[in-house]
Design a protein around this ligand. Structure first.
Ligand SMILES: C[S@@+](CC[C@H](N)C(=O)[O-])C[C@H]1O[C@@H](n2cnc3c(N)ncnc32)[C@H](O)[C@@H]1O
Length: 232
């Protein structure tokens, strides 16, 4: 259930421009290997480490990875970790697959659909990091229930993070910023690391710019960064 009280619905785009032949080939050839065996998981909470051929030190999750630049960067810079990316927009999935050519090891799995399908099956305390970067802001009040950040998702992130785990979120939408902070700070467990203006507007070195964020900057909007910790 959401803040709005509706059963789960998905509101984003699944398809954009027709894919070029090369991108379509990538999907056809590379995606099957990276899909999560979610059907097999129904009913039993899963340790996502078992989804990788070599047991990773930690598993990270990115929700709504867009073109996949951030996910691929994190995978490339954290060779002992595995990443799961969720993105229903198939053009973005094709883009991620292309970026993964530069990443060593078989350490990325993809759910080309609603992230909540994955949140449902994971075992408690199985993730070390969760990224929700520039989620769709749905600025109209009557669409707020569509926002991925709700009290329920924040509570689920907390359950799924290990002690010491980190939730990173970003937005360039002032209304969504207030919404996110209201929900994340209302959670009794999460500790927000932000206390000064600089914490909002300075991206950490291990937090590369996303495609959407670059567009926001070009269009004169200021991206804001938030990090919430689950105490160790
Ligand atoms: C504004 S874009 C930002 C993309 C990327 N994070 C970036 O910063 O460039 C938001 C993305 O979230 C994806 N999205 C929306 N709802 C989602 C959901 N329920 N599960 C996973 N991804 C979702 C959309 O398809 C879209 O690509």
């Amino acid at each position: 259930m959401t803040d709005h009280g509706d059963e789960r619905l998905f509101f984003g785009r699944r398809k954009g421009r027709p894919l070029r032949a090369g991108m379509q080939r990538r999907l056809d050839e590379d995606l099957a290997h990276r899909l999560l065996p979610l059907d097999a998981a129904r009913g039993t909470p899963v340790d996502p480490k078992t989804w990788f051929p070599q047991m990773p030190r930690a598993v990270w999750l990115e929700i709504g990875f867009g073109g996949g630049e951030h996910l691929a960067w994190q995978a490339g810079h954290n060779p002992d970790s595995a990443l799961i990316g969720c993105e229903p927009f198939i053009n973005g999935v094709a883009s991620l697959l292309r970026h993964l050519d530069a990443v060593e090891g078989d350490r990325v799995r993809v759910h080309p659909d609603d992230a909540r399908d994955v949140l449902d099956v994971l075992a408690p305390e199985c993730l070390e990091r969760i990224f929700v970067l520039h989620a769709d802001p749905w600025p109209k009040r009557r669409h707020h229930y569509r926002r991925i950040i709700q009290h329920e998702t924040i509570a689920r992130f907390y359950e799924l993070l290990k002690p010491g785990g980190i939730l990173r979120m970003a937005t360039d939408d002032p209304g969504y910023l207030v919404w996110i902070l209201a929900r994340a700070t209302a959670h009794p467990g999460f500790r927000w690391t932000g206390s000064a203006i600089g914490d909002f507007t300075d991206r950490k070195e291990d937090w590369p710019e996303t495609r959407y964020e670059a567009k926001a900057r070009r269009e004169g909007r200021t991206p804001v960064y938030m990090e919430f910790h689950k105490p160790a």
